[in-house]
Design a protein. Structure first.
Length: 167
């Protein structure tokens, strides 16, 4: 397994959950952390959000694909309604065998669509069911992971501080 400091991570979505996870990953010693959020495309909001991302010690990416490029792990923390769009946007940047961990509450059909997009791009999709609110436990919030790559992702997720049980 790759040492935590050498893991390249992309966050897609930098709302409350993305920020909490990003901060926790930075505290774990991850040195390569990029983030993208749709609000970075909004001229009225881009400067403030970019500043917030950089304040967390994270690189603001110009697109989801740019954030995902060369990432070992891509974490999608977007709203459920944006899950498919986020997977499509990140797909061109997925490296061969990148793990794509989806922590939103999208319905099963949407998760299956996301998995198909990620797999077609050469990535490995892992569905995560968050069992309670992310605050106050943050990255240690109990989660269940599923899909054909959940067991592959488990050691890395555990090393990063996730409390994810393979379902």
């Amino acid at each position: 397994m790759i040492p935590v400091a050498d893991v390249r991570i992309a966050l897609i979505g930098f709302g409350e959950v993305g920020c909490i996870l990003g901060r926790a990953l930075r505290e774990r010693g991850v040195s390569s952390l990029h983030a993208y959020d749709l609000l970075l495309d909004d001229p009225a909001r881009a400067a403030k959000l970019g500043e917030r991302i950089r304040a967390e010690g994270i690189v603001a990416a110009s697109s989801a694909a740019d954030a995902a490029r060369d990432a070992d792990l891509v974490i999608s923390a977007v709203t459920a309604s944006q899950a498919g769009a986020a997977a499509k946007a990140a797909a061109p940047g997925l490296a061969n065998r990148s793990l794509y961990v989806d922590v939103n509450s999208a319905p099963p059909g949407a998760k299956q669509e996301c998995a198909a997009i990620v797999h077609a791009a050469g990535g490995r999709y892992v569905e995560m069911a968050v069992m309670t609110a992310i605050p106050p436990k943050g990255i240690a919030t109990p989660m269940l992971s599923g899909g054909p790559h959940a067991a592959d992702a488990a050691p890395l997720l555990a090393a990063l501080g996730f409390r994810a049980e393979v379902a």
